[in-house]
Design a protein. Structure first.
Length: 365
């Protein structure tokens, strides 16, 4: 097969991980297939030494008219084209596979950059469902949302294929390495961790309010927040001016792996997740997790962590406090986290995705 892949979002903090890890996994098990990767060629250096990979320089802006009118796909005579987001080429007539990660702009309108953004998202997701031979949803919850919003008639073409943590997220036994990370980021002995973008639906404001309750109750922990900042959350900046709260910004994945190993607990109060990759990364590192009981979180966390309902900050704080003061409970949660995380691997994701390609390539034009 000659498989095309739109890799332009490889530097994106969320979808970028999906692109990089999926491509590494699927290329390594596909000696008989040729992969044509479309992106800024400077971002594809990690793939340029593979014998079965051709990199095509194409850096049309995401969501632009340019990507629609001047796309490079027809020139390559592809058997399958995989677009890992809903920004599909509307005029592409070949066999198309699309990954839909979430419907956040439709279900939580405040997360959309504008009203026009919501309209565009709705149109493009609907077009993805109509034009594609197959849709990959990253969770059962995302599939359920697609069917609920659009139609049951698309259910048969939607395949649920989970994401997974990348290999660096695992228990770290190198105490020198962990001490270095603790020193560089000036981390206290005990801290609660949040990893993810700071956007409205991530509910970081609620996390800060819950943390203040914990401090009132005498918890000695600090709150460490790291991730990309969204200007819509600028109102939170004053709340971060607190000796007990640290915002680290965006940091390398290798250092995030260290934070997962140093923290006492990951708290993730996001209102909506298509999958919840940082949760699985934390569990793969052996970190206990408390998360909101919403969207995909129950299916990803399973029985390994603790799910809390939205809307009652005192109840959330009480749950977190009980975990923090109970070492035996945290040890059990650590083991449960590791066991749950083993259910997700990029090997499984790559094999399942390759099966989709084979089915689509054999389905006819």
């Amino acid at each position: 097969m000659k498989i095309g892949f739109d890799a332009r979002m490889i530097s994106h903090p969320g979808i970028g991980k999906y692109i990089e890890c999926l491509l590494k996994g699927i290329i390594s098990i596909s000696d008989n297939n040729e992969f044509i990767l479309f992106a800024d060629i400077n971002k594809l250096k990690i793939f340029q030494n593979y014998k079965n990979v051709k990199c095509v320089n194409w850096n049309a802006p995401i969501y632009s008219g340019w990507e629609q009118i001047f796309n490079m796909y027809p020139l390559q005579k592809l058997d399958v084209l995989h677009v890992p987001h809903f920004n599909i080429p509307l005029f592409f007539s070949g066999r198309l596979v699309v990954t839909i990660h979430d419907l956040i702009y439709l279900l939580i309108p405040s997360s959309s950059p504008s009203k026009l953004g919501k309209i565009y998202t709705d149109f493009m997701i609907k077009s993805s469902l109509q034009k594609s031979k197959s849709v990959i949803a990253v969770s059962e919850n995302t599939k359920k949302d697609l069917i609920k919003i659009y139609s049951e008639k698309y259910a048969e073409k939607i395949n649920v294929i989970y994401e997974a943590p990348s290999p660096e997220f695992q228990p770290i036994t190198d105490r020198t390495l962990l001490a270095d990370i603790r020193c560089r980021y000036r981390l206290e002995e005990n801290f609660i961790l949040y990893v993810g973008s700071i956007k409205p639906h991530k509910n970081v404001g609620t996390l800060i309010e819950v943390f203040k309750l914990l401090k009132q109750w005498g918890a000695p922990h600090k709150l460490v927040i790291c991730g990309r900042w969204d200007k819509k959350e600028d109102y939170l900046k004053d709340k971060l001016i607190d000796k007990d709260i640290r915002y680290l910004g965006e940091i390398p994945a290798s250092d995030i792996a260290g934070l997962y190993n140093l923290a006492d607990l990951l708290v993730h109060l996001s209102l909506y997740e298509g999958f919840g990759l940082t949760i699985v990364e934390a569990m793969s590192s052996g970190l206990p997790v408390v998360a909101l009981d919403s969207s995909s979180m129950p299916e990803v966390i399973g029985d390994a962590g603790i799910l809390v309902p939205a809307g009652n900050n005192e109840q959330i704080a009480n749950t977190i406090y009980n975990v923090l003061v109970n070492g035996n409970m945290r040890n059990i949660m650590k083991e449960n986290s590791l066991e749950q995380a083993r259910k997700f691997s990029w090997d499984k994701t790559a094999k399942a995705t390759l099966d989709v390609y084979k089915k689509v390539a054999g389905s006819g034009a």
